[in-house]
Design a protein around this ligand. Structure first.
Ligand code: SF4
Length: 349
């Protein structure tokens, strides 16, 4: 969507004018292959496009290869420290690898680059403050955003000097303002796609706030090509939130948007339970429509007229609108059933 260059990860384009790609990580043990493959399948059904797996020990090689061979989406290998694991992952068929060049000797990086080039596998260069080079720490005093950007750019130049440009970059932090500033500066200096994320963001509520604050502000500034919402929660929640976040920025088409009024003392029907039911009913829908739930017949229909469908009501009945016109009235269950049928036949998607 935003970077000058784009890369292909097993046929999925990242960067350039392409849509933002949603990814996550499995949290299963690799030796439990079937559980891992099941989680990958569930994540794909939810809307995940790329799955990253920590490949941490060669004792898992056969499991890892089996998972790569049977996964329903491209697998990215997440590698720390051991360059041989990176080469093994590439040879096992990983669609992309993620390494931190700060943790790997230069001559070993050259071996990884060679394997990636031979197998046409992109590499994500992931930089973080824990592995900042000593000369940059001396220069900046602390691992400030500028230091991490310089570290990332130095790594990019090393890859380019080794005739390799199949690159994605990330600078992540658990601090939202840090990752925001670092990625804004990074975008000015490199043409490659950028992977966005806020690490160690926390549980569902705090983690959603931190991820959304950091990722959305960057995407609105034209920075970022692929995202992972990091949560101390099920990866399925990460995908739901990623989709909602992109939808709220008009960067995602395959899901509905649901608007609901905040309620006030004019409220004449139960907006909160209606909103909750509609969220459930359409949680897996791929329809590119907007549904508004408004709490009163006085202001609701007018405020919701831009939506494809609107629901409001009184204490005795609910009212369904389509493009601002009433099309049905009835009790809650009847209106929900009618809404579902209308959305299903809607051709906007
Ligand atoms: Fe209040 Fe009606 Fe506005 Fe809801 S739509 S916030 S009930 S005025």
């Amino acid at each position: 969507m935003n970077s000058e260059k784009s890369v292909l990860v097993s046929g999925i384009p990242i960067g350039g004018k392409h849509p933002i790609v949603i990814q996550s990580m499995v949290n299963t043990i690799l030796s439990d292959k079937e559980k891992t493959l099941k989680q990958i399948e569930l994540l794909k059904d939810e809307g995940c496009q790329l799955i990253r797996i920590a490949y941490s020990d060669r004792k898992f090689y056969n499991d890892f290869k089996y998972i790569i061979d049977n996964a329903t989406m491209p697998v990215i290998a997440d590698i720390h420290f051991d360059y041989k694991l990176a080469i093994e992952a590439i040879e096992a068929g990983a669609s992309k690898i993620r390494i931190n060049p700060g943790n790997i000797k230069k001559r070993n990086l050259v071996s990884i680059i060679k394997a990636a080039k031979t197998n046409k596998v992109p590499i994500r260069i992931g930089v973080n403050s824990g592995s900042l080079e000593s000369e940059l720490l001396m220069k900046y005093g602390h691992p400030v955003p500028e230091a991490l950007v310089e570290s990332a750019v130095n790594a990019v130049r090393f890859f380019e000097n080794n005739d390799f440009d199949n690159i994605i970059i990330s600078i992540k932090s658990s601090d939202v303002t840090f990752m925001y500033k670092a990625n804004i500066i990074l975008k000015e200096q490199i043409p490659y796609p950028i992977h966005l994320g806020v690490t160690e963001a926390g549980g569902i509520i705090r983690g959603t706030v931190k991820n959304s604050a950091g990722i959305a502000s960057l995407l609105l500034n034209g920075v970022g090509d692929t995202i992972r919402i990091s949560l101390s929660a099920s990866p399925i929640e990460e995908i739901k939130i990623a989709k909602m976040l992109l939808k709220s920025l008009h960067l995602y088409e395959n899901a509905p948007d649901i608007i609901a009024c905040p309620t006030c003392s004019r409220t004449t029907f139960d907006v909160i339970s209606m909103q909750s039911e509609i969220e459930k009913i359409f949680s897996r829908s791929d329809k590119n429509i907007t549904i508004a739930i408004m709490g009163c017949v006085v202001n609701g229909p007018g405020e919701a007229k831009e939506a494809d469908f609107g629901i409001t009501g009184t204490t005795s009945q609910c009212i369904l609108f389509k493009k601002g016109e009433i099309i049905f009235t009835g009790n809650k269950d009847a209106v929900l059933e009618k809404l579902y049928k209308e959305v299903e036949k809607n051709e906007k998607n």
